[in-house]
Design a binder for this molecule. Structure first.
Ligand SMILES: *Cc1c(COP(=O)(O)O)cnc(C)c1O
Ligand code: SF4
Length: 444
């Protein structure tokens, strides 16, 4: 699928056409193909020719991290859910019936974790701004409407409801002007984070409209200093920054933002070092860095994909060698197929520590393992024995209330815990400190 000039043209594969992928025909049994169909009818599925041709080692597909990251497997669904959908497909139910069954299953998969719908949606003149989230004082999240999809879909994704047509879960908003107006009224906001989905799915022409108001010569009217773009394009479609027809325009836009005095930071999602090895990603990183933008990296820890310390230390080292800055290691959110990718808090901490101990200081800009939970981003500092009781030591990296940040706290040790909700306060306390105090948060 490389055309005459060596440019790669994007081809995506979804449920309708994935059986046409030559590697699927060659390496997967009919049974395995059916499993993709069953799970893909509940959770979103999309892959593209770059991921298929350049990232996956098909000889060992069932154990390949990028295959597991993009192609659904049977165990993503609980057995009873899998059974329901498999039977529906085998008995030739109508599309509408299949959709009803899919939605029933989806509603049991905690489609909006961490209260994303109820909280954090700000107001402007009595109107709810559905495309904006403002949870942490300094940083406003913006979800551009046309950026709410991705070049391929991750099987662990916590934004999955918006890819399957559950429209009420869609955060999106067209008006960049409203974003500007909002930050003008909120001088405490220094950062805007464009997120999705993947804003880098947008053509440059379209993405430019969203940042254009910030290129106007009125920097005094707001306090935005950093513009961040959360994206998986470097991992899933690096041609966005190399040979796509509007790649140069995007790079020019980045440079314009840098020249306008913004700290431009690309928040790149990489889940495995295998995504850092191709010529295309190397060139894309060089091109972005040449604009003056920085690239920070983040990923959740995922069982079966990257749950080995050596995968992380190699990933961080390679990122730093390429000029990127390791930023966060997350725990997977409590939604969708979490049960499949789950690691416990203790396992994640051991793994983080081992990986961190095996890299030099330049890689230790990374923080984690961290849970993005309702009250904030909570980091696991470790387990310890205090006053004869085994406890987890934790702290907030970000808090709904800024005063919570970097305050250590303790939870009863629980070997099975994999999320904040699984934890109880240590030493007989009735509640954690952040549950007791009135919150001074911006939006309650
Ligand atoms: C992580 C996150 C941010 C950004 O936090 P930083 O620590 O500044 O990177 C902003 N808003 C929400 C809701 C987040 O989860
Ligand atoms: S790139 Fe991000 S938003 Fe898109 S599917 Fe993957 S995790 Fe979800």
């Amino acid at each position: 699928m490389t055309d005459l000039e060596g440019k790669k043209s994007y081809r995506s594969f979804t449920l309708g056409n994935f059986r046409k992928i030559p590697q699927i025909q060659q390496y997967l049994t009919e049974e395995q193909q059916f499993e993709i169909e069953v799970v893909g009818n509940v959770l979103p599925f999309k892959a593209n020719n770059y991921v298929i041709d350049e990232l996956i080692n098909w000889e060992n597909a069932q154990n390949d991290p990028i295959y597991i990251l993009t192609f659904p497997s049977r165990d993503l669904l609980k057995p009873e859910h899998y059974q329901n959908m498999a039977e529906a497909l085998k008995s030739g139910k109508s599309k509408a019936e299949i959709r009803t069954i899919a939605n029933e299953i989806r509603l049991q998969l905690n489609p909006h974790p961490a209260g994303q719908l109820e909280h954090n949606v700000p107001m402007l003149n009595d109107t709810k701004l559905m495309g904006i989230q403002h949870k942490y004082r300094e940083t406003v999240l913006f979800f551009p409407q046309q950026g709410q999809t991705c070049h391929a879909y991750c099987t662990f994704c916590f934004r999955w409801p918006q890819f399957v047509g559950m429209d009420e879960f869609k955060f999106a908003m067209k008006e960049a002007d409203i974003l500007k107006q909002y930050v003008q009224e909120h001088p405490e906001a220094t950062d805007i984070l464009f997120t999705g989905g993947d804003p880098m799915i947008m053509k440059t022409r379209l993405f430019r409209q969203y940042v254009e108001p910030f290129l106007e010569n009125d920097r005094d009217s707001h306090n935005i200093q950093t513009i961040r773009i959360g994206t998986k394009a470097l991992g899933y479609w690096p041609y966005k920054f190399t040979t796509d027809p509007d790649a140069q325009d995007m790079l020019d836009l980045f440079k314009q933002l840098v020249d306008a005095g913004y700290n431009l930071s690309i928040m790149a999602h990489f889940n495995h070092w295998a995504e850092l090895e191709t010529d295309a990603v190397k060139e894309a990183v060089r091109n972005i860095k040449a604009t003056g933008a920085q690239i920070r990296t983040q990923s959740p820890i995922l069982s079966g994909i990257n749950d080995e310390a050596s995968v992380w230390s190699r990933m961080w080292r390679t990122q730093v060698n390429m000029g990127m800055i390791p930023y966060y290691m997350f725990l997977p959110r409590d939604t969708g197929a979490k049960h499949y990718f789950d690691v416990t808090l203790e396992e994640a901490w051991y793994l983080f520590r081992e990986a961190y101990q095996n890299v030099s200081g330049v890689c230790r800009t990374v923080r984690g393992p961290s849970m993005s939970a309702g009250p904030g981003k909570v980091q696991i500092l470790g387990t310890e024995e205090v006053l004869g009781q085994k406890v987890f030591v934790l702290r907030f990296l970000q808090g709904r209330d800024p005063d919570w940040v970097h305050r250590p706290f303790f939870a009863k040790y629980n070997a099975k815990a994999s999320w904040l909700d699984d934890l109880e306060p240590a030493f007989g306390e009735e509640a954690f400190f952040f549950e007791q105090e009135p919150s001074h948060s911006l939006h309650k």
